[in-house]
Design a binder for this molecule. Structure first.
Ligand code: B12
Ligand code: SF4
Length: 509
């Protein structure tokens, strides 16, 4: 299929300023065409000027496809202007987007004159099929390719059928060596609070739940498929043997869905001296036996990221949190993990819409007190606070509700580059009309005081005397509930460069 004029460039726009993770999205996209098309990777995280690099590839005249993964937030800063520029400077280029932003905000993306195709969800079959079809010139066959979004000749948006999730063990091996020929893999194995050399791995696709606020749901619609414990272990072992990794971040949306798989994996990895972290659900993991949790701890599981969302059972229902999660369940689980020693990292979403401003505020206060209770039960528990920021899950009840409350997303792709929308993506400035500045301040100030009184265990910069000082300064505010203007705590955080996992997008930096 490959010739000198149809090479493919696969781009990972800059997503962070440091401690770059192995770019699994583009790796998997590359795996799908490995041996079929010639392709180059450009990682915006490791290039000082990625545009120059991209341009140099296209200047050879050999590249025809510009393909970018796009998640919301900082990646848009390169994805949007570079895709536009490619079309301006090399008008014959075909542009293809994939990833969470492209799939969820598909209308605004595909209507941009410079985005030609969107791969909606998994690209393992769709991507090579799309390239082959475009190469064959049989454009009429596009409609038969699953997981694809494009405009027909009349400008109508076509969204083809969704493909059933594939058996993840049958997917091709990720082309690590190929990536290494562009960027030394050592660049991606950073020091984090988990270890000196942290490897990032994505072992399962989707999630079996359908929480109404979550970006995973519109794409996977309650489906989940995982690689087997043995396959995961084989990949981990490869990195242990070749790169001497001592830690893993599992990037799965819901790593702990299958107890059997987690137990099997724990048994396999237990003697390798590797520390690991993943994301899971409280109600799912609370069903594990104590023996399982102890085995996980012994096998290196240090911390689990858990969507607590809120302690209020009615709101959990409104969020469609599904499963059996309750406020009491969160407390029970926090208590259970304390003696076992696995740190629960609870993420809360504050500022959900309600009928009146008083109700919104009352709910915020309620959650603040709930979080304080959790810290009483398990002082090791980490708390991450997000402001509720809606995802365009069109058709969902919650989306209808937020639209009625006056919320809408940008109608033109370039508008996503506005700084206020970027903050929205970082879930710090939600632009949600039901949240008043007073409410946002109350949440943010509480968060500052909480982080002062309980500095996160995952920050290796704030320890010893610094920690004691910060705690004593924050104590009166924390105990009295007077959180306003916590400048003294902010100043210390600034001096000591406190890291905020919810903004940096990862928890174990
Ligand atoms: C790793 C990761 C990061 C890394 C960046 C990695 C990178 N690319 O450089 C870091 C930590 C920097 C990051 C940051 C953020 N992230 Co992030 N991130 C993830 C995570 C955990 C894994 C992504 C991944 O590697 N997946 C593995 C690959 C194989 O799956 P995939 O990306 O879906 O790719 C498949 C398909 O989508 C498709 N595909 C994807 N791209 C492309 C491209 C082409 C051309 C094609 C054809 C197909 C295709 O094919 C692939 C194979 O089938 C996801 C959640 C998840 N489990 O996916 C969140 C996720 C994408 N992140 C998210 C967000 C919001 C962020 C932030 C913007 C905000 C935040 N607070 O987290 C920050 C930015 C912060 C900042 N200051 O920079 C959200 C997006 C939500 C949404 N509304 O769409 C997710 C879904 C997490 C979540 N559930 O909330 N993130
Ligand atoms: S359990 Fe987590 S990943 Fe799954 S749908 Fe709910 S919030 Fe999303």
């Amino acid at each position: 299929m490959s010739n000198l004029k149809n090479k493919v460039l696969i781009f990972n726009p800059r997503s962070a300023n440091q401690k770059h993770r192995i770019p699994n999205s583009i790796l998997q996209v590359g795996a799908a065409i490995y041996g079929i098309f010639d392709f180059a990777f450009v990682d915006g995280n490791l290039e000082e000027n990625p545009w120059l690099k991209i341009q140099s590839y296209f200047n050879t005249g050999e590249y025809k496809y510009f393909c970018s993964t796009v998640m919301p937030g900082p990646q848009l800063r390169q994805a949007i202007p570079f895709t536009r520029k490619i079309k301006e400077e090399f008008p014959n280029t075909i542009t293809i987007w994939g990833g969470y932003f492209a799939s969820n905000q598909y209308k605004v993306s595909i209507e941009a004159p410079y985005v030609d195709y969107i791969v909606n969800g998994p690209g393992d079959v769709t991507f090579p099929q799309l390239l082959k079809t475009l190469e064959s010139g049989h454009i009429e066959e596009l409609a038969n390719i699953k997981n694809l979004i494009y405009l027909d000749t009349n400008g109508n948006i076509i969204r083809t059928k969704k493909e059933a999730l594939l058996d993840q063990d049958t997917l091709p091996q990720l082309p690590y060596t190929h990536l290494n020929s562009f960027y030394n893999l050592e660049n991606y194995l950073s020091r984090t609070f988990l270890g000196e050399k942290t490897f990032s791995y994505h072992s399962s696709l989707g999630c079996p739940f359908t929480c109404s606020f979550c970006a995973v749901v519109p794409i996977y619609q309650g489906r989940w498929k995982a690689k087997s414990a043995q396959t995961v272990y084989n990949d981990v072992k490869y990195f242990k043997d070749n790169f001497n990794i001592d830690a893993i971040e599992f990037h799965d949306n819901n790593f702990f869905t299958s107890k059997k798989r987690v137990v099997e994996f724990s048994k396999l990895i237990k003697d390798d001296g590797i520390t690991w972290w993943g994301e899971g659900r409280i109600d799912t993991i609370n069903k594990y036996e104590d023996e399982d949790l102890k085995l996980m701890k012994a096998a290196g599981c240090k911390m689990i990221f858990l969507g607590a969302e809120t302690g209020n059972d009615d709101i959990l229902k409104q969020m469609n949190k599904g499963g059996t999660q309750t406020g009491q369940g969160i407390k029970d689980f926090a208590a259970r993990l304390y003696p076992i020693g696995i740190i629960p990292e609870f993420s809360f979403v504050l500022g959900m819409p309600a009928d009146t401003p008083e109700q919104v505020m009352a709910q915020i206060e309620w959650d603040i007190n709930f979080i304080k209770e959790i810290k009483e039960i398990n002082p090791d528990a980490e708390i991450i606070i997000y402001l509720y920021s809606p995802v365009a899950t069109e058709g969902s009840e919650l989306y209808e509700q937020i639209q009625k409350a006056g919320f809408s997303f940008p109608k033109v792709l370039d508008d996503w580059l506005d700084p206020t929308w970027e903050n929205f993506d970082l879930r710090k400035n939600p632009l949600t009309p039901w949240l008043t500045p007073k409410m946002v301040d109350r949440i943010m100030n509480f968060e500052t005081v909480l982080n002062g009184y309980y500095p996160t265990a995952s920050d290796f910069r704030i320890k010893g005397v610094k920690k004691t000082l910060l705690r004593s300064i924050s104590k009166i505010r924390y105990k009295s509930g007077v959180y306003k203007y916590p400048y003294e705590i902010k100043a210390l955080h600034k001096i000591w460069k406190y890291r905020q996992p919810e903004i940096q997008g990862f928890y174990s930096e």
